[in-house]
Design a protein around this ligand. Sequence first.
Ligand code: FUL
Length: 498
Amino acid sequence: MRKQVVLLSMFFSMAGFAQTKNFVPITEAMSDDELVEIAAKITPSPQQLRWQRLELTGFIHFGINTFTEKEWGNGKEDPKIFNPSELDARQWVGVLKDAGIKQVIITAKHHDGFCLWPTGTTQHSVKNSPWKQGKGDVVKDVSDACKELGVGFGVYLSPWDMNNASYGTDAYNDFFLEQLTELLTQYGKVDEIWFDGANGEGPNGKKQVYDFERWYAHIRKLQPQAVIAISGPDVRWVGTETGHGREQEWSVVPVGKKDKFNEGSQTKADMPPSGNLRGQVVGSRSQLRNGMALKWYPAEMDVSIRPGWFYHKDQDLKVKTAEYLKEIYFHSVGRNGVLLLNIPPDKRGQITDYDIKTLKEWKSMLDTIFKINLLKDAKGIVPKKMEKLVDGNDQTHISFKMKNNNNVVEMNLKGEKKFNVLLLQENITVGQRVEKFVFEYWENNSWKQAAEGTTIGFKRLLEFPTVKTSKVRLRIIEARLEPTIAEIGLYFDKDLKN
Ligand code: FUL
């Protein structure tokens, strides 16, 4: 019996289930110190942790808008215009996978209400289009490709539906639940469900009060491993659609207080974030009291590789450059977030060579920068044993006791090295704790500052003017509780202009 208990608890701690607490209610009686400590001990759920570690996820916007070349339809489009000549979902997933993307989300239904799968809930779907004589299923093609290529699979299902006659009435919430049931039972494992925040009028001019709570419970029952994003409880919208996150990005934020910032479509979402989502900082010490609870609610940065979310021929020459995507990577993944990069297929149903070229260049740029960690063979001065910091494992760490001034990592590089990129990671299975740090190098018998920052979180990347030295140190200046540093890396980006 005892053995069983021990084995069980070992299993739970290995699987990351033990001590997982991603939500803690707070009261006014709690002191500031108590709040800070609570915030420092909140950790991601296993679903959130898996999602965070993906770093790069991809969006595919494809649907009726691809054929009208519009960003938003009106729900009155004739399904007959949906007719891709060479739709190849394997190409989509393959191109994204080659770019380093680990999970792909397809717009199963956008605001116009047209469904990319042959749903039984409405006639407004691929089954009434000429594509494959109405026998096609884009959602299946994408989920099959994801499974075949070992990429996560997700669906975007727009709550706003400009086509369905029941929109604006209670019946629509049932209709939507049915659509969810189909998507969550007919395509195997689903890793992410993405609910858009947009809530406009339906065909009868009415707005819908979404029954998010019921939908969430349904998803948890049918696909418990999935994260529910944006108008959902697991993943928070960073507040822009530019792909750039905040320099200070906290994964623990106050939630649950209705205020002017979450009026509208998200008010029904359970525990919406409190305070200004678009604000400079969300979740700093002074903001912890803004809600009814503190919650692990990490940020996602969504952006399209083109100006629009859907394909438009006249944007072929406006595909973002690899150089700009690199900046986005540093400002999303490198700012404690997950990047959701949209790559829209064209009318043929293929990702164009313009997008592919950029993606290839981007991937090769990042691979080149992060190929060699110059600290790999460094010798720890303080602490002497620094292997855990360079073992490539984000769940092994070295912890520091701030109170005893034990807040420094000092390392000797093997000879003089040249670098301009710093990578830091906290072990978020313990919590997010660092509030301020500096990174210094030894030159002319003194320490000089190369970079400084506030939060680290799952991953922090910083660029700075090239430095040449044989000794470096990281000093943690402020933290919510003993920081647990999981990884440190130094790299040289030859293309960095400084
Ligand atoms: C927005 C939508 O209105 C856009 O069309 C797009 O789907 C984007 C990802 O979310 O809110």
